[in-house]
Design a binder for this molecule. Structure first.
Ligand SMILES: [Zn+2]
Length: 293
């Protein structure tokens, strides 16, 4: 093939990608850069306008919740620097679940800085036995690869990282290995209870998808509902998003900027329960619709 033909093939692939649903996600990552900011106390936001990464300064190293989208590790590293931290101090990355848009920086941090990688046990098994569930192929680059976790999170784990103790519970549904996390953020002597829920998308509850992965009775949908109910009544003062849409991360950030001396918009005891209920109601509607069955 001539080099001109190779170039034309490349241009045609990009044009085709731009027309797909997630094409803009892969083609224009820099358009999504968000300047990092402090949510409250030792909890920072360091990812883009679509998928969340949170940084916790534990006093004895940095912890990330998720490592960003595949192909966006440069932006994550920049956001950590811009927040005033050094990426080499990231000791631990806790992954919400094993999909491509949450695991992008894992191998980079492990190889570069010796960061320890955490993932829910069912998704660690998925990486070994059914790696296609990760949708890694959807990153449109053969340069991405899955990682081997250093620790597989199990139901009820309580783990301490520096000054921060986290309680984990499995909330299967979006994937089998989605995790929820509860921990206290610190600001001097003051603490606030944070709650995180690792994966809400219905993309993995669609009829054809479930049939393909071996769930022809769509049992995963009930599993999803059970997971929401399991953690619904936890007391949480700060709800951290898995994607920005979960807690209107950027709307709350704008409120912080507009009224820096006002009440912290991230402190909100209602939003998490409301969002979990919205997802429950939306899924019940979805399940009633004959086209989904
Ligand atoms: Zn996902």
């Amino acid at each position: 093939m001539s080099i001109k033909q190779e170039y034309e093939d490349y241009a045609a692939r990009r044009e085709a990608l731009a027309k797909t649903h997630f094409g803009p996600i892969w083609l224009n990552p820099l358009d999504r850069y968000v300047h990092p900011f402090r949510i409250w106390g030792n909890v920072w936001y360091v990812d883009d306008s679509w998928v969340c990464v949170h940084l916790i300064d534990t006093g004895d190293g940095l912890l990330l919740i998720d490592s960003g989208n595949c192909g966006c590790t440069d932006m994550l590293v920049q956001a950590i620097w811009e927040a005033g931290f050094n990426p080499k101090d990231v000791k631990w990355i806790i992954h919400s679940h094993g999909h491509l848009d949450h695991i992008g920086g894992a191998n980079f941090f492990k190889k570069m800085f010796g960061t320890k990688l955490y993932l829910g046990e069912p998704d660690a098994r998925m990486f070994r036995e059914r790696p296609w569930i990760s949708a890694i192929y959807d990153a449109h680059s053969d340069l991405n690869e899955l990682f081997v976790p250093d620790y597989e999170i199990k139901e009820g784990d309580v783990l301490t990282f520096g000054n921060t103790t986290m309680r984990f519970t499995l909330v299967p549904g979006h994937t089998d290995g989605c995790i929820a996390i509860f921990f206290d953020a610190h600001d001097g002597e003051e603490t606030k209870r944070c709650g995180y829920y690792g994966g809400f998308g219905f993309n993995t509850l669609q009829k054809d998808y479930l049939i393909e992965i071996g769930d022809p009775e769509y049992k995963t949908r009930q599993t999803y509902l059970n997971s929401l109910a399991k953690v619904r009544n936890e007391k949480v003062e700060i709800f951290l998003g898995n994607h920005c849409i979960n807690n209107d991360t950027l709307g709350r950030r704008q409120k912080q900027l507009d009224d820096p001396d006002g009440p912290n918009p991230f402190i909100d005891t209602e939003v998490r329960g409301k969002y979990l209920d919205e997802k429950r109601d939306a899924l019940l509607e979805f399940m009633k619709d004959p086209k989904n069955n």
